[in-house]
Each structure stands twice: as C-alpha cells, then as structure tokens.
Design a protein around this ligand. Structure first.
Ligand SMILES: Cc1cc2nc3c(=O)[nH]c(=O)nc-3n(C[C@H](O)[C@H](O)[C@H](O)COP(=O)(O)O)c2cc1C
Length: 211
C-alpha cells in the first residue's frame, strides 16, 4: 500500500517538468489519497497563492477557501472529485496573506500509465476586489459574459463586455494549452489513455465557462 508521499513520487517527472515551466498555476491531487491531497504544485501556484509547495503538499486544496467562498460551488467540486470528471468554475479564494481573489478553476482527470487517475487543475486569479458589493458585481459580470459566450451572443441589446469575453477566452486557451501539453507528454510516454479534455456539464456551476 502506497502512502501519500510515496504516491507523490509516482507523478511522472516528465509531467512535472512540463508543468514547472508553465506560467499558469497548476496543481495535481490524488483522489485515492486521504482527503484528496495535493501531490504536485508548480511554481506559478506558489506565486499565485503565496503558499510554498512544502506547506501544501499532502493537504486538500480547500485551504484556499474562506468566508466568502460559495459553498454550492465547493459542493459541486466535491461531486466532481468523487466522480473524477471535469469541471470549470469560479470561486472566491484567499492567498496565504489573507488577500482575496476570484479563482477561475478548471479540473481535469488524468489517467496515468499505472492505471491511477489523478486530478489536475489550472487556476487563474482575477483581480482582487475590495467590497462585497463589487464582488457581486464582478460575479454577475462574469456570469453574464459566460452566458453570452455559451450562447454565442457577442452583440445585441445588452452586448457582452468584450474585455471580459476576451479575458475569459484567453484564460480558456491557456488552460487548454496546459492540459494539451500534459496530454501530449502522456502520449509520448506511450500511455494509451490520456487526459479527458472534454468537460462534462453534469454538475454545472453558476460561473462555469466553456473550455
Ligand atoms: C486538483 C484540484 C484542485 C483544486 N483546486 C482548488 C482551488 O484552487 N481552490 C479551491 O477553493 N478548491 C480547490 N479544489 C477543491 C477542494 O480541494 C475540494 O475538493 C472542495 O472544497 C470540495 O471538497 P469539500 O467539500 O470536502 O471541501 C481543488 C480540488 C482538486 C481535486
């Protein structure tokens, strides 16, 4: 039986080195470990959250949550983790220094060569906002932008804020680029299975975006 630290050593070093070099925040968690512990975080995750890898490896990523985190979104993530499916959502998180950020989070299951499935996530921080009122406004702007992206409505009586749309599209592309690089690495390593790139929208969160 592998303990969590031994399992961590089994993350392919090829994948670690790809993720180490990416500028987008990435972490990997083991859904078979006790409370889905983090088994890898990249330097961009440390920069974003201000937590050092040694502080967080072995812990569940919920340490980023706090008073304003939407529990309906975390409940959905819990279900996603149980089912090992994909999810993209937005939730309020806190850095180590207590500062708040909107975290656009995408989670994807990755099937490794030894038949283990781990969960890889990309995080993107939106600019921190100061008050509950402005948080709500940002949320509803995001929601609006995402709804319009989903239905392809980029113009009309209430045109989507193109800056938000562009920003979300750009983040989505960066997320997908990170997942694809890991997928290609697994293929190069001869893994017949690979990362599941398509989100299942069964547990759609309020602020989900299409990737
Ligand atoms: C790979 C991965 C990355 C995650 N990243 C975050 C994150 O950046 N922020 C966050 O608030 N929760 C994150 N989570 C979700 C929490 O770890 C946890 O699964 C969620 O809070 C639901 O479980 P709970 O209801 O037991 O807390 C992540 C989960 C996984 C599997």
């Amino acid at each position: 039986m592998l303990d969590d630290l031994t399992r961590a050593a089994h993350i392919p070093p090829e994948i670690e080195s790809i993720c180490d070099d990416l500028s987008i925040s990435i972490c990997v968690a083991d859904p078979d470990g006790n409370d889905t512990p983090l088994i890898y975080v990249n330097p961009a995750f440390e920069t974003l959250t201000l937590y050092a890898a040694e502080d967080v490896l072995g812990k569940n990523c919920r340490f980023l949550q706090g008073a304003l985190t939407d529990r309906t979104v975390t409940d959905e993530i819990a279900e996603v983790v149980r089912q090992r499916v994909s999810e993209t959502c937005c939730l309020i998180n806190y850095r180590k220094d207590g500062s708040l950020f909107f975290n656009l989070l995408a989670i994807r299951p990755i099937a490794l060569a030894d038949d283990r499935t781990v969960l890889m996530a990309c995080q993107y921080a939106f600019k921190p906002t100061q008050t509950a009122g402005s948080l709500r406004r940002t949320c509803s702007a995001l929601d609006d932008a995402q709804r319009k992206i989903r239905f392809g409505l980029r113009s009309g009586p209430n045109p989507v804020n193109m800056h938000d749309t562009y920003r979300l599209d750009t983040v989505a592309m960066r997320f997908e680029a990170a997942f694809v690089r890991v997928k290609n690495c697994l293929i190069r390593m001869g893994n017949a299975q690979m990362i599941h790139t398509y989100p299942t929208y069964r547990h759609r969160s309020q602020y989900e975006v299409l990737l």
